[in-house]
Design a protein around this ligand. Structure first.
Ligand SMILES: Nc1ncnc2c1ncn2[C@@H]1O[C@H](COP(=O)(O)OP(=O)(O)OP(=O)(O)O)[C@@H](O)[C@H]1O
Ligand SMILES: [Mg+2]
Length: 296
């Protein structure tokens, strides 16, 4: 008993000693996750926000690379016809099978389309502009919302985590991603209209939970492109925390030109500039998601 009390006390003191982070809560470092001795089945996380340019793809790439660095087997699914995730990981998608071909024939082995990235433990299911035809092609399919779920079922056993980089829309592709997913991560850019549309996104997640995927969870909201020097950025983050409380992840991604630079080079920031604060932020995000139980 005495032991228990001392333990609780020492934890409380430790919490009190932590600096306050940008979300107004104590700023944890989060422990480096223990290595896994077996792999799979994957937890599937969709990165969604119908607002464009909020950091969905940048987060998919760099969170995937960070989890891979911690020994997790990761599949990053490019689910946007713009193909930015594929390009950002240096994958050329010309005359090769893509996620689109798998959607058209769910019996096809996804391994025909999956490619290894240059990052160990990180595979990619690429996309290209062909995917823009998917919504039209699939609209008359039976169970058209569950097609991606059926595709990913073939390979889920081989990965610890599957990240789906959604396109900026709430159309059929995004509904497919939400139907396939166990959790949703919502990146939000720290600027004036950040919260516009989030209510509609949450409503869509609720509908998917109600009708298609009862167990889907909100894994968190991630503030991106945060600039602590501007009052504006700080105010936006404050409003996001007011609205969503502990669903806002403690990890906040700062604004830096290193991201566009890394994308051009076709490698994650954790390889392009491993010591940079932005690379460290994505590693911390990976640790936070493991600590929250969103990833094994
Ligand atoms: N933390 C950051 N600091 C500075 N620039 C960033 C940051 N995160 C992303 N960017 C840049 O902002 C742009 C948009 O980011 P990204 O492509 O990740 O957003 P997205 O939500 O996937 O966009 P879309 O909706 O078009 O798919 C890119 O040029 C990217 O390099
Ligand atoms: Mg994108």
């Amino acid at each position: 008993m005495a032991d228990k009390v001392t333990k609780t006390k020492s934890k409380a003191t430790k919490e009190g000693d932590l600096p306050i982070g940008p979300t107004g809560r104590p700023y944890h470092g989060f422990d480096v996750p223990a290595p896994l001795d077996s792999h799979g089945p994957a937890r599937i996380i969709a990165l969604c926000n119908q607002k464009g340019g909020v950091g969905k793809t940048t987060t998919s790439i760099n969170l995937a690379a960070s989890l891979a660095e911690y020994g997790r087997r990761v599949l990053a699914v490019d689910f946007d016809p713009q193909g930015a995730l594929s390009a950002g990981l240096g994958i050329t998608v010309h005359d090769v099978p893509t996620v689109y071909d798998l959607l058209l024939d769910t019996k096809r082995d996804p391994r025909e389309a999956i490619v290894q990235s240059s990052t160990p433990n990180l595979d990619v299911l690429p996309a290209n502009i062909d995917l823009s035809a998917a919504e039209v092609h699939l609209v008359n399919e039976v169970a058209r919302e569950t097609i991606l779920a059926r595709v990913l079922r073939h390979v889920a056993g081989e990965y610890d985590v599957i990240l789906i980089d959604c396109q900026p829309s709430l159309g059929l592709l995004t509904v497919n991603a939400l139907t396939a997913a166990h959790g949703v991560l919502i990146p939000l850019e720290c600027e004036f209209f950040a919260l516009r549309g989030v209510a509609l996104l949450i409503e869509t997640i609720d509908k998917v939970r109600d009708r298609l995927n009862p167990s889907i969870k909100l894994d968190g909201l991630l503030a991106t492109m945060y600039d602590p020097r501007t009052l504006h950025s700080r105010e936006v983050l404050e409003r996001v925390v007011e609205a969503f409380g502990d669903d806002v992840l403690e990890t906040v991604i700062g604004r830096t030109v290193k991201f566009p630079d890394a994308s051009v080079s076709g490698v994650p920031i954790t390889e392009f500039a491993p010591e940079h604060a932005a690379a460290q932020a994505y590693l911390r995000l990976a640790r936070e998601l493991v600590a929250r139980g969103a990833v094994a």
